[in-house]
Structures are given as structure tokens and as C-alpha cells.
Design a protein around this ligand. Structure first.
Ligand code: SF4
Length: 404
């Protein structure tokens, strides 16, 4: 998701995104060995035979979408699914396709999500191909939790992956952790976070567990096999983590993300700043030219549609696009508030809001903001920015509702 930190005013949340603004590129890899019990992403098991044709389709889609635009791109993100199932030569060829289609900026952040059990992953090959950031799905340091989640790795796999990645030259490693999960105690969470810190990551992302429709967890919840997680306990976990990470020298830059200075995710910042990104692959989402869109979900359908496309469509669409929504001004304002407030360091700038929409933030949202300030959830700081307070970070959803 670089070094674009919250002190980078030139690329701020409220600046109007010009039509030629640099893009973030998201590439979805929808294949997994197993379906984790909590996961509701667009992923498919037992489809490994499709990986190579799928990657070829992805490269074709990139070329078709970019045809003739020569737009700059500041990041490429291989997300999933399990991108570490894709051989390094396919990743290299796909990054070459991105480089031919877009003007990748010098410091382009190129992230690959990695599952820790991928012991034979060619990390040196990926590094040579241009990948410069790995996001490692640690989730927990405890075997009991990893089993509950149906994860295939152990904590020693995570340690091994981090060691190998450092040896291969990666200086930007992120670890993902889950908190607020069923049966997770504060002590288990503290031990997982301490184990993560012991690996000296550059970045940490937390996932507050939600029980989504259609997941194994939802079934287990209904049958009584797992209890509903306790939101007060999840809040305690979050508060403890906030203090612990600050003491360890991490900067919180988003509700769920912490980084060493300069290691905030450039790719994900693009989402939170409501700046344009393109989504490639099955079930990918994009947002560009004031339009949000999503591609067809099934990899087989995706490959067939892209193979059948004979000429470029209007930017940013390919034949795989299945759903579009034009974002009107009112929605764009609300999204800027909700996404911008997620950026705990940067917040939303009053000046940039006015520049982007031609109207002051207070005249649109003053009445919504006043009670949230009175409740201690939002604060207007002397630097002309509106931010969530510490308490507001815990009650983010309540704050965001006020802008809908
Ligand atoms: S959590 Fe990750 S590895 Fe597990 S099913 Fe979802 S995308 Fe695949």
C-alpha cells in the first residue's frame, strides 16, 4: 500500500486529482490453497492450473487499459488471494508489462502479499524483478489461533520468511495481524504483537476481525461453535497496541496502520486520499475519472473476457469490467471525509477541501462535525486540519456515519 508520509503536502488528501494524476495499480491474484475461516475475499481454491493463463490475461488487460494513455504510476500492488503462489518469472513479466504500459515513477512502491508458508518462494528473483516491499500475512503468533483461522503456516514460517526476505535485500517489510477475534484474549494479542515487533518489521497492519456473511466463521457463529468477539476487549487490544507501537518508534498514519518513518504505504495512501487507482484481474476494483468500477469475479470468466477483447475500450475500462458507478459530487465529498479521517496523522485539510470542491468544509459539514467535536471524537487542529481524536479512532464508524 513511499515514502509519502503525512508531511507530504503536495499530494494531500484534499488536493483535486487532475485528470493526469499519477495512478496506483492494484493487481488481484484470486488463488489460495485453502479458504481461511474468516475470509470473504474473492478467492478460489484448487485453480492452480489457471495461474499462468490468468497472468497472461492480466498482462493483456494492463496493455489494453493503458493503450495510448502513458499515465504515470506510483505503485503496483499484487494483492489477493495469495500472490506468493505465482512464480517469480510471471511476476517479473507482469511488472515489465506495467512498465511498458505506464510510466512507473522512480520510487514506485511495488508490493507483493506473501503467505509465510511459501518456503520455496524465489525472493531474490522477486527482488530482481523490481518488487521492493513484502506484506506478510502473519495474523497471529499462536498455533491455536492460526489453526482456528485455517492458516497453513506456523510462527517459525513467519520468522523464516522475514529472515530470507532481509537476506534477499528487502528493506520494506510489513506484517499483518488480526485482533478482536473469537476466543482471543488480551494476553494472546499482546504476545502476538510482541512476537511481530521482535521481527523488526518496517510496517504493521491490523485487521479487526469481522464475521462476514458466507464465511466459515459465520456458520460457526450460528451453530455456536465460536462466540461473538467482545468489542470492548477489541478496543482494549487496540489501545494497548497504540501505546506499545508508539513506544517502539512506530508512527500511526491510518486507523489500522503503523510504519517506521518514511515507510507508510504509498499504494494504500492513494485509496485514503481518494486519488485514482486502477484494478486489474478478477474481482478487482478501480476508481478513476470520477468512476468506480469492478471486474467480473470468476477467474475463468475474466480470462475469457480478456481473451475475447480485440481492441482497447475507453479508459479505464477493459472487457472484464462488470459494474460501474459514477461518483457524484456529494458522494465524493463524503468519501473524502471518511477516507481522509482514516488518516490519523494527515486528517482532512480545510484548505484543500475548499480547493477541491469550491465550498468550505464547514458550510457542508459544520452541523455534522459540531456534536462530534463536543463528544471529543473529532478535533480541528491549529494547522487547519480535521482529525479523529484518540477516542475517535476507537469509534471511527460512529464518526463516519455522520458524513453519509
Ligand atoms: S485470508 Fe488470504 S490466504 Fe486466506 S483465503 Fe483469504 S486471501 Fe486466501
Amino acid at each position: 500500500m513511499h515514502p509519502t508520509s503525512h508531511s507530504d503536502p503536495a499530494a494531500d488528501a484534499g488536493s483535486p486529482p487532475p485528470d493526469d494524476a499519477a495512478l496506483a495499480l492494484y493487481l488481484h491474484i484470486p488463488f489460495c490453497h485453502v479458504h481461511c475461516t474468516y475470509c470473504s475475499f474473492n478467492v478460489y481454491t484448487r485453480r492452480e492450473r489457471l495461474i499462468r493463463p490468468y497472468m497472461a490475461a492480466l498482462r493483456r488487460e494492463i496493455a489494453l487499459v493503458a493503450a495510448g494513455t502513458s499515465r504515470a504510476a506510483l505503485s503496483v500492488y499484487f494483492g489477493g488471494g495469495t500472490p506468493s503462489l505465482v512464480p517469480a518469472d510471471e511476476i517479473r513479466a507482469t511488472l515489465e508489462a506495467c512498465g511498458r504500459a505506464f510510466a512507473l515513477t522512480d520510487k514506485a512502491e511495488i508490493t507483493l502479499e506473501v503467505n509465510p508458508e511459501a518456503a520455496d518462494l524465489d525472493l531474490a528473483g522477486l527482488r530482481r524483478a523490481g518488487v521492493n516491499r513484502l506484506s506478510i500475512g502473519m495474523q497471529s503468533a499462536h498455533e491455536s489461533e492460526l489453526k482456528l483461522y485455517a492458516r497453513l503456516h506456523t510462527q517459525s514460517d513467519v520468522e523464516h520468511m522475514v529472515r530470507r526476505a532481509r537476506a534477499a535485500g528487502f528493506d520494506n517489510l510489513s506484517l499483518d495481524l488480526i485482533y478482536g477475534a473469537p476466543r482471543q484474549t488480551l494476553r494472546l494479542w499482546q504476545e502476538s504483537l510482541r512476537a511481530a515487533l521482535a521481527l523488526e518489521p518496517d510496517h504493521l497492519s491490523f485487521y479487526s476481525l469481522t464475521i462476514d456473511e458466507g464465511t466459515t466463521f459465520e456458520r460457526w457463529l450460528r451453530s455456536g461453535r465460536i462466540p461473538l468477539p467482545d468489542p470492548d476487549l477489541a478496543a482494549d487490544m487496540y489501545e494497548w497496541a497504540t501505546d506499545t507501537l508508539a513506544a517502539a518508534g512506530f508512527e500511526q498514519y491510518e486507523i489500522s496502520n503503523w510504519a517506521r518513518p518514511g515507510k507508510a504505504s504509498r499504494h494504500n495512501m492513494q485509496y485514503w486520499r481518494c486519488r485514482p487507482y486502477l484494478g486489474f484481474g478478477a474481482g478487482a476494483h478501480g476508481y478513476a475519472a470520477g468512476i468506480r468500477y469492478a471486474t467480473v469475479l470468476k477467474p475463468e470468466d475474466y480470462i475469457a473476457r480478456i481473451e475475447a477483447q480485440s481492441a482497447p475500450g475507453p479508459f479505464p475500462f477493459s472487457a472484464a469490467v462488470d459494474w460501474v458507478e459514477r461518483i457524484d459530487r456529494k458522494t465524493a465529498m463524503a468519501e473524502l471525509m471518511i477516507m481522509g479521517l482514516r488518516l490519523t496523522g494527515e486528517g482532512v485539510s480545510y484548505t484543500d477541501f475548499a480547493r477541491r470542491f469550491g465550498i468550505s468544509l464547514d458550510s457542508v459539514y459544520g452541523p455534522a462535525i459540531a456534536p462530534l467535536k463536543a463528544a471529543g471524537l473529532l478535533a480541528s487542529d491549529p494547522d487547519g486540519r480535521l482529525r479523529l481524536t484518540r477516542r475517535g479512532r476507537l469509534l471511527g464508524n460512529q464518526v463516519f456515519m455522520a458524513f453519509l
